[in-house]
Design a protein around this ligand. Structure first.
Ligand code: MC0
Ligand code: CO
Length: 134
């Protein structure tokens, strides 16, 4: 059911430093930072030939990544995002299979203006999974 790997997300303590690392040291194409208040994150996208890397930093008081950064002060891989053709069909299938869909179960519009959902890391081998409608 899942398709392409859309992105791998890394939570970072210092977004300008991480941007410089990917742009100058690794030589990648890096976007400007974008604040996404409904998601509680500021995001920088690194575009690679076959996928993207999402550099994340908490935005606002109630960021869902604040706890992760506290536990991983130098940063770390936070989630992996797979594309699906139909987000609502994917959600219903996940529920039928017994996987926990996070939040209220309704898709939100993600960083690429497409609907996204998150699945509990304890149900997917310790990895937080994001599904994005292609
Ligand atoms: C905009 C966008 C986009 O691409 O379009 C984005 O990606 S936005 C990306 C940011 N948005 C999200 O992440 C939304 C979905 N995330 C959430 O709802 C939350 O972050 C949770 C995944 C439920 C975790 O919440 P919180 O850190 O408050 O819970 P917690 O500390 O009680 O964690 C419960 C257990 O899960 C583990 N845990 C927490 N976050 C984890 C992660 N990212 N990867 C693997 N394990 C993780 C904890 O260590 C703990 O395990 P132990 O009990 O064994 O210690
Ligand atoms: Co993401």
């Amino acid at each position: 059911m899942i398709g392409k790997l859309n992105h791998v997300a890394i939570v970072v303590p210092d977004l300008p430093a991480a941007t410089a690392l990917y742009r100058d040291t690794l030589g990648a194409a890096v976007s400007q930072p974008v604040d996404l208040p409904p998601h509680g994150v500021t995001v920088v996208f690194v575009t690679l030939p076959n996928t993207k890397i999402e550099l994340l930093h908490p935005f606002g008081e109630k960021s869902p990544i604040a706890g992760f950064l506290e536990k991983n002060p130098s940063g770390g891989i936070h989630h992996i995002c797979y594309e699906v053709e139909d987000i609502l069909a994917a959600r219903d299938r996940m529920k039928e299979q017994g996987a926990r869909v996070l939040g209220d179960g309704e898709p939100k519009i993600g960083a690429h203006d497409k609907p996204v959902l998150f699945l509990h890391p304890k149900d997917f081998c310790g990895t937080l999974v994001e599904l994005e409608q292609a």
